[in-house]
Design a binder for this molecule. Structure first.
Ligand SMILES: NC(=O)c1ccc[n+]([C@@H]2O[C@H](COP(=O)([O-])OP(=O)(O)OC[C@H]3O[C@@H](n4cnc5c(N)ncnc54)[C@H](OP(=O)(O)O)[C@@H]3O)[C@@H](O)[C@H]2O)c1
Length: 254
């Protein structure tokens, strides 16, 4: 019988770590936990046990994805879960981002999840689930966070349409759109100022809600109530006004 696996990118910290913990209670033989830092992955393995297979790869380059593709071909498992979680956020003035930073951001936030979906779908079966970690930043353009927000628009749109494409196969794809989550991703200080993140929530809560929504067959998961309110406001308030408000609120940190 084929082994059943969960693939989690960015598993070593924040939301990815919370998903790894949740996967321990699923009908899974192996959790392929992917991130760059081998040390952090070994800590994850030590904390969560031998089900966790530490795979140290840089997913911001096609070489990392090719290696994973080779492993899938060699082991031919059933991919029960693909959790596209690895992502990076660039905050600041667009003029300060060198081409390399822009390329890496777009690659890891957009190309990597799309490539992994295409790569894993042939190994999926009815009931398999894809979770793509987008963000509330995808609900409207955000000045000074524009690269990140735009990349998350791609992922939300890609993920939701994939859900409908995969319906006949019984595979779900859920775009997970959390608000601020208490992880390393959020630089706590910008220009020497501690940023206040309204409605900040734990990675555990986001991952648990996302998994529940995926199991219900939802194409989107928005956590928390505050993020749902932001979603509603993004629909009701003209984007020009929303961006103006964002510029005002983020002014102290620029
Ligand atoms: N925190 C928030 O407020 C928030 C809100 C909405 C959405 N999100 C999204 O949630 C996802 C997870 O974010 P997080 O907050 O949990 O961030 P985090 O704590 O910084 O964790 C990011 C994870 O991604 C891995 N990673 C980063 N670059 C990688 C690369 N090139 N190749 C392979 N792995 C890589 C990191 O491990 P290594 O550094 O060892 O590679 C780490 O395991 C992201 O997609 C983020 O955009 C976060």
């Amino acid at each position: 019988m084929k082994k059943r696996i969960a693939i989690i990118t960015g598993a070593s910290g924040g939301i990815g770590r919370a998903f790894t913990r949740l996967m321990l209670s699923e009908d899974i033989d192996e959790i392929w936990a992917i991130a760059r830092s081998k040390e952090k992955l070994l800590v994850l393995q030590a904390d969560f046990g031998a089900k966790v297979i530490a795979i140290s790869k840089d997913l911001a380059h096609s070489a990392g994805l090719d290696a994973l593709s080779g492993r899938l071909k060699a082991e031919a498992p059933v991919v029960a879960y693909l959790i596209n979680n690895a992502g990076i956020a660039q905050m600041g003035d667009s003029k300060d981002f060198p081409a390399e930073v822009i390329e890496t951001s777009v690659f890891i936030n957009c190309c990597t999840p799309a490539v992994l979906c295409s790569m894993c779908i042939p190994y999926m079966e009815r009931g398999s689930r894809i979770l793509n970690i987008s963000s509330v930043a995808s609900f409207q353009p955000l000045p000074n966070l524009n690269l990140y927000a735009a990349s998350k628009v791609f992922l939300r749109s890609y993920s939701r349409s994939l859900h409908w494409e995969l319906k006949p196969l019984g595979i779900t794809s859920t775009a997970v759109c959390p608000g601020w989550v208490d992880t390393e991703l959020l630089k706590k200080e910008v220009n020497g100022k501690r940023i206040k993140f309204p409605g900040i929530v734990s990675p555990k809560k986001v991952a648990a809600k996302a998994l529940r929504d995926a199991k219900k067959g939802r194409d989107m998961s928005v956590c928390t109530l505050f993020a749902k309110w932001e979603h509603l406001m993004a629909k009701l308030i003209p984007q020009r006004l929303y961006m103006g408000l964002w510029v005002l609120v983020s002014k102290p940190y620029r």
